[in-house]
Design a protein around this ligand. Structure first.
Ligand SMILES: NC(=O)c1ccc[n+]([C@@H]2O[C@H](COP(=O)([O-])OP(=O)(O)OC[C@H]3O[C@@H](n4cnc5c(N)ncnc54)[C@H](O)[C@@H]3O)[C@@H](O)[C@H]2O)c1
Length: 373
């Protein structure tokens, strides 16, 4: 029998995503689901019945103090993530926090700061797409200089169709008071995170965000943003929950060609030479650039699942492996999402770093003014 340490997990919030966490934990050697808690005790009980041997707590603080869990999965609505995460890391209990870290970047920054203050607790955020081979490979190619100086990044993320029936399911979703935002806060965090993970953060954001364009909801369900980067790259982020069929297409164009991610595949149209140099020096071509080698990049390994992130956290706890998405490196996603929301709703350009207090005031005002659903 192996005497390798077992990391005992407790899940806070036994709603829709909690089952995926339980399954992921069950698939990772060295991980075990030990406890659950929900603000609705009946939900926690029902969840525990499907996971025999798991203890139910009535209060997450008691679970954290119990000594029966080494790590907590935070699977509650976004606005409750900061309080639960802070309570855990202050007690040395590791955190696996669902995305987004919080509603606003101000709270996310506090969480990241606290993770530095309490280093005994690992603090991971569930940006599982970072572990997907397609994005890992794209990042490697960009960082390795294969695409050259970046010209443009465009993500069309319009395959998020949601019906009115979905929004009418109600609860905390789809309201400024309950969720703190719409499409950018609920559906798009993974793509916003991957955007900044691949090509970095912009300096300025312009956007149009329309609230209730396709649905009777008070939050944004349609967004088009233009992102200006300090290195001269221009970005676009286009998303909505109304189109059908939608697209999920990411193009990254640079001085040595264009990367395309679509349908889970990675394509690279690689130029034989620098596009800008060719443009400046050719005395023959008027309408075309250098030769292009079109290729599909073969991807190795698996990833992109909750279990990959649980395994990473267990490895970080038991043998010091670096986290794929530590709290400190996950704030940027929320900053980008908040900035696009602010720019899009106010129709005014926003400069980064974003003023977290100003954004918190904006959400408070939206929540106060929003019509009752
Ligand atoms: N990583 C992903 O791909 C992914 C997918 C879906 C959801 N999520 C995230 O997971 C989180 C939860 O989403 P969901 O769809 O499971 O929501 P849900 O509404 O289905 O479940 C939330 C649960 O938390 C409980 N709860 C609410 N406040 C609580 C509190 N203070 N303490 C304890 N329990 C509390 C509710 O009773 C409910 O059972 C959200 O932040 C969401 O964005 C991530």
């Amino acid at each position: 029998m192996s005497d390798a340490p077992v990391v005992r997990f407790g899940i806070v919030g036994t709603g829709a995503i909690a089952g995926t966490h339980a399954l992921a934990i069950s698939r990772v050697a060295g991980a075990k689901l030990a406890a659950v808690q929900d603000i609705d005790p009946a939900r926690a009980e029902a969840f525990a019945q499907k996971n025999p041997g798991v203890r139910v707590f009535g209060d997450y603080r008691r679970m954290i103090r119990s000594g029966e869990v080494d790590a907590v999965c935070i699977c509650t609505p976004h606005s409750s993530h900061p309080a639960i995460a802070l309570a855990a890391i202050k007690r040395g209990v590791h955190v696996f926090c669902e995305k987004p870290m919080a509603v606003g970047v101000r709270e996310a920054r506090k969480m990241a700061d606290a993770s530095l203050q309490y280093p005994a607790a690992k603090f991971a955020v569930n940006f599982q797409l970072r572990s997907a081979p397609v994005y890992r490979k794209a990042r490697e190619l960009i960082a390795g200089g294969r695409i050259g100086k970046l010209f443009r990044t465009t993500w069309i993320a319009t395959d998020w169709f949601r019906s009115q029936f979905y929004y009418d399911g109600g609860g905390w979703r789809g309201t400024w008071a309950g969720e703190g935002g719409g499409l950018l806060l609920n559906q798009c965090p993974h793509q916003l995170d991957i955007y900044q993970w691949l090509v970095g953060m912009p300096k300025h954001v312009w956007a149009v965000a329309t609230m209730g364009k396709y649905h009777k909801i008070e939050v944004e369900d349609d967004v088009t943003a233009t992102l200006e980067h300090a290195n001269g790259m221009t970005g676009h982020f286009i998303a909505n929950t109304g189109e059908w069929p939608g697209s999920n297409r990411l193009e990254i164009s640079g001085d040595r060609g264009r990367l395309l991610i679509e349908g889970g595949k990675l394509y690279f149209d690689e130029t034989a030479s620098s596009v800008s140099e060719f443009c400046a020096t050719t005395t023959k071509e008027r309408f075309r650039g250098p030769e292009v080698n079109k290729q599909e990049i073969l991807l190795e390994g698996e990833g992109g699942r909750h279990e990959d992130m649980v395994r990473n956290l267990v490895d970080a706890i038991t043998r010091g492996a670096p986290l794929i998405a530590p709290a400190t490196d996950s704030v940027a996603q929320l900053e980008l999402g908040n900035a696009i929301t602010l720019a899009g709703v106010t129709r005014k350009p926003v400069a980064l770093p974003l003023n977290g207090n100003a954004y918190a005031r904006f959400v408070k005002k939206m929540a106060a003014n929003s019509p009752a659903r």
